[in-house]
Design a protein around this ligand. Sequence first.
Ligand code: SAM
Ligand code: SF4
Length: 441
Amino acid sequence: MKDKHLYIETFGCQMNVHDSEQMAVLLSEMGYALTDNSQKADLILINGCSIREKAEQKAFSELGRLIRLKAKNPNLIVGFGGCLAQHWGRKVYSRVRDVDLVFGTHNIHRLPEMVAACQQERKKITRTDFSSKITSLNIFAPPPQGSISAFVSIMQGCDNYCAYCVVPYLRGPEMSRTPDDIIDEIKKLVQHGVKEVTLLGQNVNSYGRKLNRDCNFVLLIQRINEIDGLERIRFTTSHPKDLSDDLIDCFARVPKICEHIHMAVQSGSNRILKLMNRGYTAEDFLEKVEKLRHACPHISITSDIIVGFPGETQQNYQATIELMEKIRFDLLFSFKYSARAGTAAQKLKDNVPEDEKNQRLNFLQALQNRHTQEKHTALEGSVQEVLVEGLSKNSGQDMTGRARSWKIVNFKGGSELIGKMVNVEITCGYLHSLRGKIKED
Ligand code: SAM
Ligand code: SF4
């Protein structure tokens, strides 16, 4: 019986979201039911991201707010986990004294024993050591009732050491799960009603590189494609330097792979890309995009860009804008450079003034909005295959789902369509979504 309540707040990327799902599963076995009311909780976990300073501040300010609930409920246990806890370790206690539990990215599977120790011994527990094995990722998290789409982590950590990035330090070296473990998990998800999976890794293109067997990402997706009942496969993120011709070819020949790739370019300047330690040039990136579009003409391409990296001149920034004009991404996640402790870039002078970073970001985002809007308008009149996920959040009456391109499509229809694939004729392309009507055969 679940007689205790767990409140989790998550900051960060899909990896953090997935980690939180696994935390909830482990703790449900100890009798904790999830609640969305922090006032009711017996256990509060903040799962934070450390990728940029802003994300870090948000998580700490939430921790500061939630810890005050201890005044009303002295038995409340508050834990701080994820990349952020990995980064801060015991120093979390000097920022927020009353935290009970600090656990890093390789210690999620130990949550039950840590929570039990907090309950019984009322002492602080800190676990931020790295393991040499995959541990937490092999915990099966049953999807919430009615889920159509689910994340599946196929690997953890990263070996790329991009100069600005803390991930290799906080999630450890790259390790891949075995293909059998991944296939088993996807089959179980399909038994729970899931129709679409998104394979997660910091660089899925290098999946399997260190496994002691004949295994790579292309072989893995070919096996996943054979799973009965699974209808769509997505993956993220693809590092451009490791995108092989073989994988590009999969977009043309593996039926369940959706026509969307997220491939971070970060900058259009070769000088900055070199300083970032990305391992490719703007020309290499363009060539990969051309090959992708040749293999799969309607592929949707999304990307990440950082502005204001140390030493980025106006000319370097202009090279990024020119690359965006040449490629015309479907969607872009863009960030101001944020210096992170321990990274190679932290030793460089963060010399682009804040105002200048803001201006560069604003201009780039306005340009991207124009590109996205033009692409969405161009889809008017087309017919898109949509996997129906549920009621639209914006209007309680519309149904919503995603096209194969990952674009959100809203349309009128009944809840009996949830989990089904429907053809929708696009009537209007907005900036953040498409609107359409079901196309009768
Ligand atoms: N592994 C993914 C890849 O290489 O595409 C990226 C994962 S990271 C969580 C997501 C994005 O955050 C990166 O692509 C980058 O654009 C951005 N990012 C990472 N570190 C950053 C930093 N120090 N400052 C600003 N943005 C950063
Ligand atoms: Fe960070 Fe680079 Fe690894 Fe992505 S590939 S997680 S940006 S180090």
